[in-house]
Design a protein around this ligand. Structure first.
Ligand SMILES: Nc1nc2c(ncn2[C@@H]2O[C@H](COP(=O)(O)OP(=O)(O)OP(=O)(O)O)[C@@H](O)[C@H]2O)c(=O)[nH]1
Ligand SMILES: [Mg+2]
Length: 246
């Protein structure tokens, strides 16, 4: 179930018999979509969980969190507990200015997207990788390579600036680099981090092989549409999953 075995082997958690584990795949307007052993379901927070979330927003469930659910006899279910987060609670602070502190929880690989056509100064790429590497294995993904006449030139400058970090050049138009990314995710959880328009939705849908996201576009100031979901965890065909923020 979306990495449950790996999580259980990494984190020592005791499971009360009356609660069932699930993984948060989307969070939207006070309702959480979670994946359980029996498939997806939508849940609200229990009273205790609500109190904890009000006391500190970081206590609220985020996409990628493992949680415990209670199934009530009248058919309802509530989200009772967020299980301890492993490393990999990726912050959006280096990527967006108008969203909360946690972008994705329990992430193994943080893919830092840098699009061709809007190449960023190397110092900014290095800073974003440094932030991402505090909690997960960072990988730089140079997206939209088909827009560049010489993608190798910028890629080699990024590699020189970050010699310890893998750099993948990709495009969803001609498919280059996408198989490498699939293999890098493997059976793990990856997060796509990038500025608005960096190519997150296109890449996750290319790798998933189907249109899975409800699309929205960021506005001119880079602020996401407030009516859109904060994030989504998308299972990939070969195992593993990718979290994207919209
Ligand atoms: N040429 C080219 N265009 C791409 C590629 N990937 C994405 N795009 C285009 O870039 C634009 C932004 O892509 P999205 O996938 O929506 O990017 P996003 O990061 O999800 O953006 P927001 O959700 O709006 O913040 C769209 O017009 C895509 O069609 C690519 O590999 N090559
Ligand atoms: Mg998007």
């Amino acid at each position: 179930m979306l990495g449950w075995d790996a999580y259980r082997s990494a984190v020592d958690v005791s499971l009360p018999e009356d609660l069932k584990p699930a993984r948060v795949v989307a969070a939207e307007h006070g309702v959480w979509t979670v994946m359980t052993e029996r498939g997806p379901t939508r849940v609200g927070l229990s009273g205790g969980m609500l109190q904890q979330a009000c006391a500190d927003p970081e206590n609220a469930p985020y996409v990628g969190d493992w949680v415990l659910l209670r199934f009530w006899c009248d058919g309802r279910s509530t989200l009772e507990t967020v299980l301890p987060r492993r490393f990999g609670n990726v912050s959006e602070s280096a990527h967006r200015v108008c969203s909360g502190p946690i972008a994705a929880a329990n992430v193994d690989v943080a893919f830092v997207l840098v699009p061709f056509g809007a190449e960023q100064p190397l110092a900014s790429v290095v800073r974003r990788v440094q932030v991402a590497s505090q909690d997960a294995i960072p990988v730089v993904v140079l997206t939209k390579a088909d827009l560049s006449d010489d993608p190798k030139e910028y890629a080699s400058r990024v590699m020189n600036a970050l010699p310890e970090v893998e750099v993948v050049t990709c495009s969803v138009v001609d498919g280059r680099g996408t198989q490498v990314l699939r293999e890098m995710v493997g059976h793990r959880t990856g997060a796509l981090l990038g500025a608005p328009g960096a190519g997150r939705s296109s890449l996750v849908e290319f790798l998933a092989g189907v249109p899975v996201l409800r699309h929205h576009r960021s506005d001119a100031c880079g602020c996401a549409d407030p009516s859109a979901p904060r994030g989504a965890l998308v299972p990939l065909p070969g195992g593993g999953c990718l979290i994207t923020t919209n």
